[in-house]
Design a protein around this ligand. Structure first.
Ligand SMILES: [Zn+2]
Length: 436
């Protein structure tokens, strides 16, 4: 899926299968146990940089030896790639944060400092050199659209449409600023809310010739623990109209699974059906085929099952809320691993790389506006290097001009950079079509 393969690939495997590309076997019995973390990786150089290689026996000299018609890879890139892509650490670790998520601080990416590096793509690059040597043919990275070096998937989670007035009003109350409080209430009743801006979001993204995906919450009730879901109802008349308008403009409409749906397939299916109804589509229609969970909730022991049961073609939840980068150390879409049935999941994961809230939040990063692009540019260069997909999440609330920290200006700076790099803007549904 990451390369354009023409013709037969050479055989690749461990020594016992006598393949033409032989890979060192370094995992021992790790995968028959339930330890979340393997021994620390060896740091070895590839493409001019030091990278972590898990399951690597002690090696001297280079990673790779080439001989006529065959190649030997002296690091176990198969085990290391499987460990990271499958999300093994999350499945077998019991660490979860207050929102039930596997925390970044518990991850190997944080511990060994490689969250901004798609190391699995580098592992595959070692394999690419071996394949090119054995076949004598170049192996080119997948191209998404003609000459575009990489793709960008712009997304918006729609949590709130009517709550822009709440924070300033609360702040005025705290300061006992009665006039200010009264002004906020007055605005609340006389003017549209600053976050009631779906049309504006669609227009701002269209300036780049892009279409984006809008993820709508199916529940307006807070969760049992009090975590808020939507402040709107998707089946209210004016909301329905706006969702249909966005769709008619060519944007993608997708499900933003509310709190609880990542553990419970029936609840997720009902939210999917409710959104289909808003668009007057039959249940078998493929038009609403994507999901991202609210609060990036993902419980590896249940969530893949809920997504498969509902029949989604893709999910785009898997990024760390605390840090931008690569939660599964990979910058292409991939099929997550189904641990219960020992097979790949049927749906595609289009990993989330950057969420607006991550950039400036009391518990996440606290970047100044001018620090944002320099901070994320190395990650974007990695995606470009491997022809991957950059998934960006910018909430509609952060198109409010009152937000000067991670607001519209910061969004447009990132978009202008992406355009200058000639990215192809694609929706999740288009990405699924291309991968098929
Ligand atoms: Zn959300």
């Amino acid at each position: 899926m990451a390369y354009e393969v023409e013709g037969e690939l050479p055989t690749i495997g461990y020594a016992a299968t006598r393949p033409s590309i032989e890979i060192a076997n370094g995992a021992g019995d790790f995968f028959s146990q339930t330890e979340p973390f393997p021994s620390p990786p060896a740091f070895l150089a590839w493409m001019g940089r030091e990278l972590p290689f898990f399951f690597t026996p002690h090696i001297e000299g280079s990673l790779l030896t080439l001989a006529p018609g065959r190649a030997e890879i002296h690091v176990d890139i198969v085990s290391a790639a499987f460990y990271l892509l499958s999300g093994w650490q999350e499945y077998f670790s019991n660490k979860r944060d207050q929102h039930g998520r596997f925390p970044f601080s518990a991850s190997v990416q944080d511990f060994f400092g490689f969250v901004e590096v798609p190391v699995v793509n580098y592992y595959f690059d070692v394999l690419r050199v071996a394949v090119e040597h054995v076949t004598g043919q170049p192996l080119r990275p997948r191209r998404w659209v003609a000459d575009a070096p990489f793709a960008t998937f712009v997304t918006h989670d729609i949590d709130n449409l009517y709550s822009a007035w709440k924070e300033p009003a609360k702040e005025a109350l705290r300061r006992r600023n009665w006039l200010g409080f009264g002004q906020q209430l007055w605005r609340r009743w006389t003017r549209p809310d600053a976050w009631d801006n779906l049309k504006q979001v669609g227009e701002e993204v269209a300036r780049y010739g892009a279409k984006s995906a809008f993820f709508f919450l199916g529940s307006h009730r807070p969760s049992e623990t009090g975590t808020p879901n939507a402040d709107y109802r998707i089946n209210a008349g004016d909301i329905k109209q706006q969702i249909r308008l966005l769709r008619d403009w060519g944007n993608e409409i997708a499900v933003h699974g509310s709190i609880g749906t990542s553990d419970f397939d029936l609840a997720l299916t009902l939210e999917h059906l409710a959104l289909l109804e808003v668009l007057e589509l039959m249940p078998e229609a493929r038009e609403v085929c994507g999901n991202r969970f609210h609060y990036l909730r993902w419980e590896p022991r249940h969530t893949p099952f809920a997504l498969e049961t509902t029949g989604f073609e893709y999910d785009s939840t898997l990024g760390f809320a605390e840090h931008f980068g690569f939660r599964h150390s990979y910058c292409h879409p991939f099929h997550p691993y189904d641990f219960a049935n020992n097979r790949p999941c049927g749906f595609l994961e289009i990993p989330l790389n950057l969420m607006d809230a991550t950039l400036h939040h009391p518990r996440y990063l606290q970047l100044a506006p001018d620090e944002i692009l320099p901070a994320v540019e190395p990650m974007l260069r990695e995606i470009e290097r491997f022809g991957g997909v950059f998934t960006l999440l910018w909430h509609n609330e952060n198109f409010d001009p009152a937000n000067t920290v991670n607001g519209p200006r910061e969004f447009h700076r990132i978009m202008a950079y992406l355009r200058s790099r000639q990215t192809a803007f694609l929706t999740g549904r288009a990405i699924c079509e291309m991968v098929k």
